[in-house]
Design a protein around this ligand. Structure first.
Ligand code: AR6
Length: 485
């Protein structure tokens, strides 16, 4: 991977945005006599030159959140903070916000689950999630499973835009960006994106009418159309088409973003969406320096890029929290909080055996026959039956009966031995439940500290790509969130 890729994308997006801000809403004919060729000032929103809009603000919020790992609630909270002008405004004030985004942020402020905040209706398909989704590509850069890429694009889009059309536009855009991130040229990346997305469509039961709306992108070369056939309004499909059209028909960063602005209408967003891709392809040094220097809060953006780059790209292991049912997780292995009999039980153990099916129990019985169960602090491995992961590691946590060092050491052993066993099976991604904190009554705060410390200090941690702490209840989720902040 090229260095400064995060800088290329975030600055590529923000510079495109800022070029479009002064002329937003002007129709195309305006640009025939007055084409934009440089950063302007004032105009539509009466802002100084270099002012970026909600597109960049929300993309920065997403980037900042992802720099600590993937946490939907945290992303949503950052959107709310932006709307309250607490973070990521260019000059301390929100001067532009989409209707759907405003409504969704109101839901966030009421504590609604983030994936239920965005509008689901057909007329909720403005470009408000597409314009800010690109930083997600960094989080997904090692991901090859399209189901996971789709799922993540869906979740992050749904915070403000939950209709299929918005979600699918984000998905296509991310798949394309991931191809460019791999080093493909823009045309090959486009072909690969088409193949992958069309395969994905054939494997899923999507609404055919909805999918057909993407025909010009997925089954034709959008770049072959004339500019008269390209619309550049705030409708998500138009924005996706227009930004791909500009990107594919240009040969430099500058050409891409100016083409996008001069299409008119939603100038800042078309240029932000196209500009992110152009930054990614042509690199940070290809973005004109004078434009970078004009950007509001340039140094803060640089700092954000450094943070995301060092946390997401240079570090080999991502440690993250997810608030979900561990049986839904698609890591290579999920860990089970089992008992010494290995024959199943309640809590997470019960859920895993129920959903995984009898194959897991049969393998546990075979292990029992061989070695007579599993001691506290030790771990054994089986395949995962009907679960989406490949393996299950069964470890036995200690039962809490007073503050004893021995119990803490045994809980530590559960995490260490599970990680060791995972490495013996060449496992790269692993998800842990909050072992011992249910039926075994280990105090949740103490257990969380031990879990995080043990994983962070594990001597071969870098050999994992991702380690997830799955928190089922709010108390554990809040504890982990605070400890990992
Ligand atoms: N996904 C993720 N976490 C879960 C799930 C789930 N589906 N269900 C519960 N949790 P527990 P322990 C959380 O009781 O304390 C069994 O009977 C739950 O909220 O499952 O180690 C075994 O057979 C809690 O935070 O495990 C043993 O006899 C955490 O998982 C005994 O329970 C652990 O709760 C083990 O007790």
């Amino acid at each position: 991977m090229k260095t400064k890729t995060v800088h290329s994308v975030l600055f590529g997006l923000a510079v495109g945005d800022a070029l479009g801000v002064p002329v937003e809403f002007k129709n195309r004919s305006y640009f025939e006599t007055k084409p934009v060729s440089d950063m302007l000032e004032y105009g539509t929103h009466n802002q100084p030159a270099g002012t970026w809009s909600d597109d960049s603000s929300l993309a920065f919020c997403l980037a900042e959140s992802l720099s600590k790992g993937y946490d939907l609630e945290d992303i949503a909270t950052k959107f709310l903070q932006w709307c309250n002008a607490e973070i990521w405004t260019p000059y301390g004030r929100v001067f532009d916000i989409g209707i759907a985004t405003r409504q969704a942020i109101f839901q966030i402020s009421k504590g609604t689950n983030p994936v239920l905040c965005g509008g689901f209706e057909e007329n909720d398909n403005g470009n408000g999630s597409l314009m800010r989704i690109l930083p997600l590509a960094f989080y997904l850069q090692r991901e090859t499973n399209l189901n996971i890429i789709y799922q993540k694009a869906k979740e992050v889009s749904s915070i403000t835009h939950a209709h299929f059309r918005s979600v699918f536009a984000c998905f296509i855009y991310i798949v394309y960006a991931l191809e460019i991130l791999k080093g493909q040229n823009k045309n090959k990346a486009y072909e690969n994106m088409q193949l992958k997305v069309n395969d994905f469509i054939s494997e899923n039961d999507f609404n055919t009418k909805e999918v057909q709306l993407f025909d010009r992108i997925l089954n034709n070369r959008i770049s072959d159309l004339s500019s008269d056939d390209i619309h550049s309004t705030g409708y998500v499909l138009h924005s996706l088409e227009a930004s791909f059209w500009c990107f594919l028909n240009s040969n430099s960063y500058e050409e891409t973003v100016l083409k996008a602005v001069n299409l008119g209408s939603d100038t800042d967003t078309t240029a932000a969406i196209a500009g992110g891709l152009a930054g990614l392809l042509y690199g940070f040094d290809a973005i004109p320096e004078k434009w970078i220097n004009q950007l509001a809060r340039k140094n803060d953006i640089l700092e954000l890029c450094d943070k995301l780059e060092s946390n997401l790209i240079q570090k080999s292991t991502l440690i993250e929290i997810q608030k979900t049912d561990i049986t839904e997780i698609t890591t290579d292995v999920i860990v089970n909080a089992a008992n010494t009999s290995l024959l199943g039980g309640g809590g997470v153990d019960g859920a895993i055996h129920r959903k995984g099916g009898k194959q897991i129990l049969e393998e546990c019985i075979a292990i029992r026959n061989r070695q007579g169960g599993c001691d506290v602090g030790q771990a054994v491995i089986t395949t995962a039956g009907n679960l989406p992961s490949k393996y299950v590691i069964h470890t036995v946590g200690p039962v809490w009966n007073g503050d004893k060092e021995e119990k803490k050491k045994l809980l530590e052993d559960c995490y260490k031995n599970s990680l060791e066993l995972a490495l013996q099976h060449n496992i790269k991604t692993i998800a842990f439940p909050n072992i011992s904190t249910g039926i075994y009554h280990f105090p949740k705060d103490k257990a969380a500290e031990i879990a995080i410390k043990t994983v962070k200090e594990f001597h071969r941690k870098e050999e994992f790509e991702k380690i997830i702490f799955v928190c089922f209840d709010d108390e554990n989720y809040d504890l982990y969130k605070a400890l990992l902040a």
